[in-house]
Design a protein around this ligand. Sequence first.
Ligand SMILES: [Zn+2]
Length: 357
Amino acid sequence: MTRPVHSDSSSMLTSPDESPYFGDEKWWVENYDFILLSGYQLRPRYNSKWVPSWTIQRNDKQEYEDGIASYISTPALDAIRLNDGAKVVLKRMPTEGQELKIALLLSSPGLRSDPRNRTIPITEVIPVVGSSWTLLVMPYCRRFDDPPFHCRAEFIEAMQQYLEGLQFMHDHNISHFDIACQNLMMDETRVVPAGSHFVRPRTHSGFLRFFRWKNRCAVGPIDHYYIDFGLSMHFPGGQDTASTVGTLRTFPTIPELSQTTPYNPFKVDIYQLGLVMQRIIESYPALQDFRQVAATMMHQDPCNRPVPAASLAQLNNIAAQMSPRILKSAMRKKNGLVDCLTRSLFGGYFPSTPFTV
Ligand SMILES: [Zn+2]
């Protein structure tokens, strides 16, 4: 079995001239009124009565927010909650699927009350009337690794939460199975006070303007979350007997993945989080002291990968040997000199890759 990956763009229209919408965007348009009646307003582009701004004023489409399309498959979209104006994300999933079951289990009151639960909170569940879909409502978040980390303390805080959160999921016999930067989020409320655009998160409102943010360490603690349980598995019988088969296109280096030989998905989770950690460490020369934590999590023999709580202890031990001054001193991303200078001079940057992180 080859498992699906989430960034599949196969549903893109080949020619944007055929329709103003790409891929799944049309589904959101068709359900705009229902979603509005449910208390959430999508961006104007998805209003069923939408008239593109550039066709009224005859200016360049690039000058209007409603010209910003979601070019890839869009199971999730941002919206405004009408009763309080909060920005949220709606995620569409099959009502009968495993993803919904696991998301609801993780957000059940008993599991939610555990502070180690670092999965995204579900604030409302909306069955889409007359369809086989359900919408989950969750807080608006951004990828945890952008904007760049200011100091070691910020990296440590994020990894502590993700390791703790992974141990929590494993304690409840849930394997996430798709741990990657795009599925690791942080609350941006205090880090990016002006907010960000869902499709172009390196902009405040979708346009190429100066982007400002605050250091996480100056406004923290910051909540970090796991999202996307589309590949997740629950093994009520426990981890020891858990096994699955299948490859993951986006994780070619995980040694045990196989179409035919069963393997333990919990050990895959540990490798995946280790890989995330390793990639960040490679981007910041100041983080080299943590290299061993990631390397241990990515051991070629799954049996030799420590449980997340053990990696957390290893991370904390290394951090404990660093002085407060070292922990909070500025570090620079590799090849990030220009961004770093612009940030220190002007408080932000003109994004070099504006549209996606
Ligand atoms: Zn800092």
